[in-house]
Design a protein around this ligand. Structure first.
Ligand code: KG4
Ligand code: ZN
Length: 349
């Protein structure tokens, strides 16, 4: 008998995802997004997201099973995002995952959302080499990590953002530029017709592996303000902002690989979908002799397959399942792939 089929459930923000993975292979997955419901508010509204998860959870699990040609009773373990993310949104996913796991009598594994982003790449490109450098760039996080065995070893942070995340910078500047939400894809599209050298935006914190995007965000807002009364050259602004973000991210990631003698860079998270980040990472990795791995676009943004991928790694590593009273931690730092906060611990903390 092979290893069990792992159902992964993701509900930390505005995507409800379910995925099925066995032995590192993706069998099926489905995602429902409440993004359109948040668009008119210019950002994710937690209560709306929670309610949308409640409505979407059963259908996405069903859809993932149908896609894989499996039944609920084929599931041998359940993995669920326990943090970080929106509290109410995480609670819905955890409640659903507990219900399925306990009804089936199978183990439940709590997963750190960011470890999910890292594992997403394994579904396309196979196991991660040990060690590898991981650049996580999402709406809420920007980190440069030295990853050994994702399921067994603690994750070393070489750098983190001191303020805004890269995706947050895109989202907020897009708003100032009058572009639609979510801002990242809108900036990416607008940038296609712009000149990346038009505006000399700053490259914050050179010489450090930490990141800071709030000064860049402010510089972009000031630049937009300076056009008051005149038409804003949005395409040039978007291309220049995207260039600054892509330059900073890829320069630091490649420098970290070189300094630590690591031959593989993995770029993950929603911002890894950015066309300039991908192209510049390719160019710089090629020049430095580093192998670049980036998950396919559909696995870059939040999904359940990536959580199932971590669950599958944990199960195969013989990891201890979550206790019955496992809870959520909306602001959990990334230390390990497994995340099993319990309510008692959260109260004491
Ligand atoms: O990883 P993700 O789906 O959710 C979080 O865990 O945060 O990342 C969402 C972020 C948003 O800030 C979104 O604007 C950004 O990823 N994003 C992009 C692109 N696609 C999504 N940023 C730049 N270019 C893109 N093409
Ligand atoms: Zn994410």
């Amino acid at each position: 008998m092979g290893s069990p089929i792992v159902l992964g459930i993701e509900s930390s923000c505005d995507e409800t995802g379910a995925g099925l993975v066995r032995d590192g292979r993706l069998l099926g997955h489905a995602v429902a997004s409440s993004m359109d419901e948040h668009a008119r508010f210019g950002g994710v509204v937690p209560e709306i997201a929670s309610r949308a998860h409640l409505h979407a959870l059963r259908p996405v699990v069903r859809q993932a099973l149908d896609q894989a040609g499996l039944r609920l009773s084929d599931i041998g373990a359940v993995a669920v995002t326990t943090g970080p993310g929106l509290s109410g949104a995480l609670q819905v996913g955890l409640a659903g995952a507990k219900g399925i796991a306990y009804a089936l009598g199978v183990p439940l594994h709590g997963v750190h959302h960011l470890a999910g982003h890292v594992a997403a790449d394994t579904l396309e490109h196979g196991p991660l080499p040990d060690p590898c450098m991981v650049l996580i760039v999402s709406g809420g996080h920007t980190s440069l990590l030295l990853v050994r065995d994702l399921a067994r070893d603690p994750i070393a942070h070489l750098g983190d953002t001191l303020d805004d995340a890269a995706g947050e910078c895109f989202d907020k500047v897009a708003r100032v530029f009058g572009l639609p939400y979510p801002g990242g894809p809108a900036i990416d599209r607008a940038a296609r017709e712009g000149d990346p050298g038009a505006v000399p935006f700053p490259r914050p914190l050179p010489g450090s592996y930490d990141f800071s995007f709030s000064g860049l965000k402010t510089a972009a807002a000031r630049w937009a303000e300076s056009h008051a009364g005149r038409e804003l050259p949005v395409h040039d602004g978007a291309a220049s902002l995207q260039e600054a973000v892509a330059d900073v991210l890829t320069r630091k990631a490649v420098a970290a690989c070189v300094e630590h003698g690591v031959g593989t860079l993995v770029v993950v998270g929603g911002v890894a979908a950015n066309s300039r980040v991908r192209t510049l990472a390719e160019e710089r990795c090629r020049a430095a002799g580093i192998t670049l791995r980036v998950p396919p676009l559909s696995l870059c943004t939040d999904n359940g397959a990536m959580i199932a991928a971590v669950g599958d790694l944990l199960v195969r590593a013989g990891a201890e399942p979550a206790p019955l009273d496992v809870s959520i931690d909306p602001s959990a730092p990334l230390q390990c792939a497994a995340l099993h906060p319990v309510v008692a611990g959260a109260v004491a903390a």
